[in-house]
Every structure is written in structure tokens, then in C-alpha cells.
Write a protein of this length. Structure first.
Length: 177
């Protein structure tokens, strides 16, 4: 809403006011309200930093050698199904009571993420106890950090997650040259 007002975007302001107050309390947010909020969140760069939409996701899916043509056609249908079944519950999940973990914790946060509040996640991270903890900030990312900073994601996984997997004996042997 703050960005909509700053931009004097009357349509965005009207739409966002129509669902206010948004995500208050423990009641799941209706999917239609989530999708309306996400429309404007994406428009103002809260999903992908400095990008007005998520069209880059489609381009990435289309380029992937892992997907067949049929799977590419089904990606968005599958995503819609997941959103319909899971998003409201995920958005109302409260992890504030989780104060201790028995496993290592690595948290990747996009500095400009508005889908999931990076500030709230960082505050939670600071208070939780774990055998080891690592917070990795992605300064040029919002919610889509794997697509926005893929090199940093890969390096961070190698630097921080792989050693944990190695200590647990959960790393595939190196392939012969």
C-alpha cells in the first residue's frame, strides 16, 4: 500500500483497500484476497527485485532441459493447485513459538522480499537456537532469489549446506574424471 500511495496508483490503492485489513489475526486469508494482494506486490517489485512481473519465471521454465514439453504446459496448472491448497495455511503459520531446533539452520533471505517478510524472518532467526546457524542475505533479490542471484545461491549451498551434508554422510561420492 505504501508503494501504491507513493506512486499515486489509484487502481492499486482501491484494490488494496478493498481487502484491508489484510492478514490480521489467525483466520486464513481468502485466496482471492491473496491473489489480489500478490498482483500488486509483484507489480511493485516485492516478488522479484526491480522487475515489474514474474515473466522471467516462465522463461526459465521454458529453457529448462529437465522438463518435457508436456511438463512445461503443466507447470502453471500445478502451481495454481499448490497455491489453492497450501498458500492460505502457509501464510497463517506462526513459527514464533519455535525457539530451538535440533538441526542446523541456514536461512536465505532476499533483502527486498515482501512475499515473506525478510525482516520478520531475520528477527525469528536471531532468537532461535540451533546447533549451527547461518543467515545469508541476497542484496539484489526479493522473493525469487534462486532466479535473481543463482550464482550466489549455488555458492552458498556449496559453502554452507554441503559441509553439513558431508558431516552427516549425505553427499554423493565425487564422479570419476
Amino acid at each position: 500500500m505504501e508503494q501504491a500511495r507513493a506512486a499515486k496508483n489509484a487502481e492499486a490503492i482501491r484494490d488494496l483497500e478493498s481487502i484491508a485489513p489484510y492478514a490480521v489475526g489467525k483466520t486464513p486469508v481468502p485466496l482471492k484476497d491473496i491473489l489480489l494482494q500478490r498482483r500488486w506486490l509483484n507489480f511493485f517489485g516485492g516478488a522479484a527485485y526491480r522487475r515489474p512481473d514474474a515473466s522471467f519465471e516462465s522463461a526459465a521454465v521454458n529453457l529448462s532441459p529437465e522438463y518435457t514439453d508436456e511438463e512445461v504446459r503443466q507447470v502453471w496448472k500445478s502451481q495454481d493447485f499448490s497455491v489453492e491448497k497450501l498458500l492460505a495455511a502457509v501464510l497463517t503459520a506462526d513459527l514464533s513459538h519455535v525457539k530451538r531446533l535440533k538441526t542446523p539452520l541456514i536461512l536465505f533471505l532476499g533483502r527486498h522480499d515482501r512475499n515473506v517478510s525478510a525482516m520478520v524472518a531475520a528477527e525469528w532467526f536471531a532468537g532461535v537456537k540451533a546447533p549451527s546457524k547461518r543467515l545469508v542475505w541476497f542484496e539484489q533479490s526479493a522473493h525469487e532469489l534462486m532466479a535473481e542471484e543463482p550464482g550466489k545461491v549455488l555458492l552458498s549451498l556449496i559453502r554452507y549446506a554441503r559441509p553439513i551434508a558431508e558431516r552427516a554422510g549425505d553427499v554423493a561420492p565425487a564422479s570419476p574424471q
